[in-house]
Design a protein around this ligand. Sequence first.
Ligand code: ZN
Length: 301
Amino acid sequence: MSVASDSWNWRCLLRLRDLAESFVKCNIGNGRAASFWFDNWTPFGPLIKFVGTDGPRALRIPINAKVSDACNSVGWILPSPRSDHVMRLHVYLTNINRPTDDKGTDSYEWMVENKICDGFSARRTWSVLRPRANLVDWSSSVWFKGATPRHAFNMWTANLDRLPTKSRLAAWGVQINTTCGLCSLLPETRDHLLLTCDYALYFIWNAVSSRLHLPQIVFGSWSDLISWTRVLNVRSPPTLRKIIAQAVIYAIWKQRNNLHHNQIYVLPSVIFKDIDRVIKNSITARRLNKRFRLLMSLWLH
Ligand SMILES: [Zn+2]
C-alpha cells in the first residue's frame, strides 16, 4: 500500500498519535512541521509523555510549538533541567544538530519492528498489533479470520476508545469545540459518534437493521455493539455482523474526518451505499472460504 494511494489512511493514522507513536517516526529537517510535544522525533517518544503534562510550562515551550520553535540560530533554547527526564532530553539534544532550513521539510516514516516500511503497511502493522495471547472477550469481534485489516485496525482503536474524538482532544488540552459535527447537538465522544448520534443511529444502523430484517438496533454502550456482533442468528451470523460492524464504524469515522478536516458533509444514505458496496466486496473477496459463501445472500435479501 503506497502513501499516495491511501493517503487518507496515512493522514488518519498520523492523527492517532498516541497509538501510532511506536510506528510513526519523525525525521527532523527544518523543524517547522513537527510538533515538539506530540511527534515521535526523539528516542524517548512523544515528549509530552516523556516529560509529562507540565512539560510545556517547565520548559517554557508552548503545547502547540514546533520543533523549530525550541531553537534559535545558535542552538536549543531550553531552561536548566530540573528533572532526570529533562536532563536526558538535554543530553540528547546537545548531541544532535538543530533543525535548519537547508535540511528540507520534516518527514515521517512508518516503522514496524524498527524496520522502515515503504509507506503505511496495514498488513504488517496488523501482524504486530494483533494480540496472540491473553485474548480478551472482545478480541473475536475485532480480529477474526477474513477481517479487512484496515477495518479491524480501526475497530481495535475504537474498541480501546483511542480514536481522537473531539472530547478526547479536549481532554488532551487542545482548544476545540467538542460538539459533534454530524448532529450539532451533543459532545463528540466515541459512543455518541459511532452509536447514538442521529446520523449513526437513525440512518446507518437503522439501514443495517432493516437490511438484516432485525428490529431497530439501539446500542446503549460500546459493549452492546460487541455483544451484538456475537449473537447467534441464522439470518445474520456473527461473521456477517462483524464485517458489518467494522465497515460501519470505519465509514462513520471516515465521514467524521472528512467533515472535521475537509468540511465535506455526505448524506448518510450515500454513506450507507458505500458501506453496502464495501461489505459486498469483503464477502466477494473471500468467497472461497466456506464461512463466507452464504453471507452474500444473507446480506442481499
Ligand atoms: Zn452527533
